[in-house]
Design a protein around this ligand. Structure first.
Ligand code: HEC
Ligand code: HEC
Ligand code: HEC
Ligand code: HEC
Ligand code: HEC
Length: 453
């Protein structure tokens, strides 16, 4: 009997301390580098044999292309890797990219995985078996791939009590949270600067308070079967769309606009003030968010007189510190690329490569020398955050002295809000294919006033 009690005690002690021990053994972030093998993870095609729709949805998303997409390959192999090799302080920084862009290669200990054309498993990017074997994160907040990956038979998800012929299933609250996405959607640079903060922006905004996480907008739910082999339909199957900056239908209309003049009637030589209201009614975070170092969102306003002549109206200044970075300019920028591309004669590129004088909603990134950079890993400080926050309305004004020689009649004033994923001067210099710099019309608005004598 005593022996039984003793055994019971031993067993209880083991059970009490075992989870603690495994908690401590869990690695995330840089500590997880090289702790797994490729064979620990199943290929996305293995999941496809039952989860056909989900696979096809995911395959179109940027997360499936996080390692193979042309601009990712160019930035990584032509800027980051040489930078890490040429500058001692940057040594080793090239490995970190993969913790988010090709987690399996990172966990398997590849500091620089083979190029995409080699067709290795690094190409799987952010795959099914990465997300569905993440069990927790190390530390708070989520950032710099501090997820804990525990590959194996159990796939974690949003449903309790469902059965699969291929694997075990388990409900995991963490998967349904914004903190889960934040492990890769928040990034701190080697200089300690938040260079990606989508989840942190969300957390400060109204959607966190109303418990509307990322999944609601990027994995919308619809009725159906989540596997061809599923026993039943569900009313709320999570669609793996992950649509974002690369999906014009997601970007269009994300900001709504209206505008009006201060007077409906004016004489030549009068001053008219045009106001434009821009409302972010669709996004859970800043617009632009994520890779803010290279995204461009700008407002171009033109007036057209009754004879069809058009005038570009520059935005009124508000007078805040660093405002010059929020008004389009073609001054020289991105000089830090000289050491990355190994060209000492490189003198920089036009900053915005856009008509000057327009408002550009942005978060400027600066290198250690205080120059504008598109290299988030080389970012030592940030300028003023002049992006449009969730449910925020920004007002821009345009004070215009109506020319003395303007013909009488109706003047139409038109505002176009445009979005581009990558600064065109940078793209052209690095020969990034044109689809990355096509501009999308986010929204437009019009107003008018009449010129009388
Ligand atoms: C042989 C068919 C089959 C294969 C292969 C398969 N699954 Fe499943 N999976 C299912 C079925 C069936 C369910 C349960 C569906 C239901 O009833 O909702 C399921 C459920 C899931 C769930 C939901 C679990 C939960 O608790 O919410 C996840 C996540 C999942 N699978 C991921 C994967 C991943 C990742 C792979 C590839 C590594 C994979 N599956 C391969 C058939 C399969
Ligand atoms: C393991 C890391 C990781 C996790 C976890 C992760 N993401 Fe991502 N995500 C990425 C990377 C890397 C990219 C960029 C891919 C590229 O363009 O190279 C990305 C891209 C995206 C995009 C596309 C943006 C565009 O440019 O079009 C969306 C949307 C997105 N993720 C949403 C989510 C949501 C929602 C979650 C949580 C349910 C999530 N992600 C979890 C790594 C991750
Ligand atoms: C209320 C809906 C909503 C919520 C909640 C939401 N998003 Fe978005 N997200 C959008 C829309 C709309 C866009 C497209 C406009 C844009 O690019 O900013 C977008 C764009 C993005 C992009 C591309 C940003 C860029 O400019 O490159 C990423 C990445 C992203 N979301 C990730 C997330 C993550 C991670 C979360 C949770 C922390 C989240 N989103 C929460 C609606 C939402
Ligand atoms: C970026 C992370 C991520 C990737 C990549 C990903 N999933 Fe998911 N998946 C999720 C999240 C998060 C949920 C739960 C969504 C929710 O609760 O709204 C989910 C839910 C599911 C479900 C249950 C859907 C339901 O509502 O019944 C299945 C099945 C599934 N995923 C399979 C897959 C397969 C197969 C792949 C690859 C083709 C894949 N997932 C890729 C994050 C991911
Ligand atoms: C903490 C996770 C994380 C790390 C580390 C990281 N990235 Fe990313 N990266 C992302 C996410 C998430 C996005 C998508 C954001 C968005 O769409 O706005 C992204 C987007 C990009 C893009 C833009 C893709 C496009 O087509 O617009 C490039 C290029 C890129 N990353 C390269 C790199 C390089 C090079 C490194 C290493 C120096 C790196 N990333 C490190 C998460 C990360």
């Amino acid at each position: 009997m005593r022996l039984l009690v003793f055994l019971f005690l031993i067993v209880s002690i083991v059970f009490v301390f075992m989870p603690l021990a495994s908690e401590q053994g869990r690695k995330g972030g840089d500590a997880a580098f090289g702790t797994r093998k490729f064979e620990d993870y199943e290929r996305p095609l293995a999941c496809r044999s039952c989860h056909v729709d989900i696979y096809e949805q995911w395959a179109q998303s940027m997360m499936a292309q996080a390692y193979t997409h042309h601009w990712d390959e160019i930035e990584y192999f032509e800027l980051t890797v040489p930078h890490a090799q040429n500058v001692p302080e940057m040594a080793g920084k090239e490995a970190g990219c993969n913790g988010c862009h090709t987690p399996i290669a990172f966990l398997a200990g590849q500091a620089v995985p083979p190029r995409p054309e080699e067709g290795t498993r690094a190409n799987e990017g952010v795959s099914c078996d990465i997300c569905h074997t993440i069990v927790a994160r190390t530390g708070d907040p989520s950032f710099n791939y501090n997820y804990v990956s525990e590959p194996g038979r159990t796939k974690y998800g949003n449903r309790a009590g469902v059965e699969s012929p291929h694997h075990k299933t388990q409900y995991l609250e963490f998967m349904r949270s914004a903190d889960f996405c934040g492990t890769c959607h928040n990034e701190k640079s080697p200089f300690g600067v938040w260079v990606k903060s989508t989840q942190l922006e969300w957390k400060e905004g109204p959607y966190a308070k109303q418990n509307v996480p990322c999944q609601v907008c990027h994995m919308p739910q619809a009725p159906g079967r989540n596997a061809t082999t599923a026993a039943t339909e569900h009313p709320d199957v999570a669609q793996h769309l992950f649509h974002g900056a690369h999906d014009p239908s997601k970007v269009r209309g994300s900001i709504e606009m209206r505008m009006h003049p201060s007077y409906r009637e004016a004489e030549p030589g009068d001053q008219v003030v045009i106001s434009v209201q821009l409302f972010n009614g669709k996004c859970g975070h800043m617009v632009p968010s994520g890779s803010a170092e290279e995204r461009q969102l700008w407002l171009h306003v033109t007036a057209t007189d009754s004879e069809g002549r058009s005038y570009h109206l520059p935005v009124d200044r508000k007078g805040f510190e660093g405002e010059e970075h929020t008004i389009t300019s073609n001054e020289s920028a991105y000089q830090d690329m000289a050491v990355m591309v190994g060209d000492p004669d490189f003198e920089g590129l036009p900053r915005d490569a856009l008509p000057e004088g327009d408002r550009i909603f942005c978060l400027p990134y600066f290198d250690p020398q205080g120059r504008r950079t598109v290299a988030q890993w080389n970012t030592a400080s940030l300028g003023p955050d002049y992006r449009i926050g969730p449910r925020e309305t920004k007002i821009e004004t345009y004070t215009w002295t109506v020319p003395d020689d303007i013909p009488l009649g109706i003047v139409t004033v038109r505002a176009e809000l445009k979005y581009r994923r990558l600064v065109k001067s940078v793209a052209d210099y690095l020969k990034v294919p044109a689809d990355e710099t096509e501009s999308i019309l986010v929204n437009d608005a019009e107003t008018w006033f009449e010129v009388l004598d």
